[in-house]
Design a binder for this molecule. Structure first.
Ligand code: PGU
Length: 400
């Protein structure tokens, strides 16, 4: 018999989103006619924009021709795509050589565990996207510090009270809260990492949703960040590529380990050893997404989802709930002040709306719900009507 990887036994039984699906299915079995609206998992739902979809079909078609055929690699990604990301998304603040194309940022979060191994200590925001913690536990990391992000500190941790950790994961615009860190806060974060000789892992998966021009879209807008920060990027939420799969990780050449060796060299080794590069079709789709037409299409897609976010945000403000997010992020984070899974059940049964329980993102998420804007405008409007009716009625009952 083979002994089980002991770290796997330390994880919570199931990953959050399959658990939500399980409950959704159980509800539908009992209520087969219910028309559920999902504002749960942050998964894009709207069709790809035309020019981006066309780029993908051309890539697939090209593979059927002698001139258009390609096989493996390069493992780091196609040079044109790396250059376009550097130019369009980083305004050449970052060299294309430091950009490694991947099959999505979730996969790269997993591979980052190989880069750092089991001995590092980490800090994460609480509430937090569960993947940073779960993959760290799988790797055997033991020291995990939770940085409380709540209304009391305006969703930015009090760095003066934090112990040093090797790695600091930070996500802005944040999943799940939808809060964004401003320039001054990011400057604090970069100097904190610098003073502590930590490495910052900055997740910018939702950067395209930032509308406020004063909020940095990448950590590399902060001077000195290229000496301490790795950044994760993704086409999932900006181009609708959650199923196509395309992302990237920036590992700047200036980033060093304690012994003076380059972090980038080890990352390159990992990428070339246990990943053979992202699909050639999705990479050509990414190149299309980053030309002039594609950029306009991505803006259009993002604006559509942000319209939904605004509708949801307005509803909860109108009903008097404390709300954050939804303005520069596709998530709306609402404080219900009641156990999250109870609210989940109440919204599921009473409004046939699925939302994500805040407690699934950590202790500081208890009492909150996350509403995702990744649905159609029509479904979002319908959800708003149902939620208003249900929540007004439950408030009336509570008052009686
Ligand atoms: N980073 C953050 C902060 C995310 O919220 C997500 C997706 C990803 C990375 C994954 O990006 P890919 O490039 O597509 O790999 N979060 C969604 C989906 C759930 C999940 O398990 O990834 C969410 O609902 O939180």
């Amino acid at each position: 018999m083979v002994s089980r990887n002991p770290h796997m036994a330390k994880l919570k039984a199931g990953y959050l989103f399959p658990e939500i699906n399980k409950r959704k299915r159980a509800f539908l079995e009992k209520n087969p006619d219910a028309k559920l609206i999902s504002l749960g998992i942050g998964d894009t739902t709207q069709p790809l924009e035309k020019h981006i979809a066309y780029s993908l079909t051309q890539a697939a078609f090209g593979l059927g021709t002698p001139e258009g055929y390609s096989g493996y690699g390069p493992e780091q990604g196609q040079p044109v795509l790396r250059e376009r990301i550097a130019e369009k998304l980083y305004r050449n603040r970052i060299h294309s050589d430091d950009i490694f194309i991947s099959d999505g940022s979730k996969c790269d979060i997993g591979r980052l565990q190989l880069l750092f191994g089991s001995e590092v200590s980490i800090a994460v925001q609480d509430p937090v996207y569960p993947v940073y913690v779960d993959t760290s536990i799988m790797m055997g990391q033991q020291e995990i510090i939770y940085m409380n992000c709540s209304p009391e500190n305006n969703f930015f941790p009090d760095l003066s009270k934090l112990p040093r950790t090797d790695l600091i994961y930070f996500c802005s615009p944040n999943n799940p809260t939808g809060a964004t860190a401003n320039r001054a806060q990011l400057e604090q974060l970069v100097s904190f990492a610098k003073e502590n000789k930590s490495i910052l892992i900055f997740d910018a998966a939702y950067s395209m949703y930032i509308q406020d021009p004063t909020i940095p879209k990448t950590i590399y807008e902060i001077p000195g960040a290229d000496e301490i920060a790795i950044e994760l990027g993704s086409f999932s939420k900006m181009a609708g590529f959650t199923g196509v799969r395309l992302g990237w990780t920036v590992v700047p050449a200036k980033l060093e380990f304690e012994d003076g060796s380059l972090v980038k060299r080890d990352w390159d080794r990992i990428v070339s050893t246990c990943f053979n590069g992202a699909s050639n079709i999705s990479q050509i789709g990414g190149i299309g997404a980053l030309d002039e037409l594609g950029m306009a299409e991505m803006q259009n897609m993002v604006s559509g989802y942000l319209w939904n976010a605004r509708k949801l945000r307005d509803l909860f403000v109108e009903l008097g709930y404390p709300v954050v997010g939804g303005d520069n992020a596709p998530y709306v984070w609402v404080n219900f002040g009641e156990p999250s899974w109870d609210v989940f059940e109440s919204l599921l049964c009473g409004a046939q709306v699925v939302a994500t329980p805040g407690s699934g993102f950590g202790g500081a998420g208890e009492g909150f719900m996350r509403f995702s804007a990744f649905n159609s405008a029509k479904n979002t409007e319908e959800a708003v009507v149902r939620l208003r009716k249900h929540l007004t009625a439950t408030k009336e009952v509570a008052r009686v």
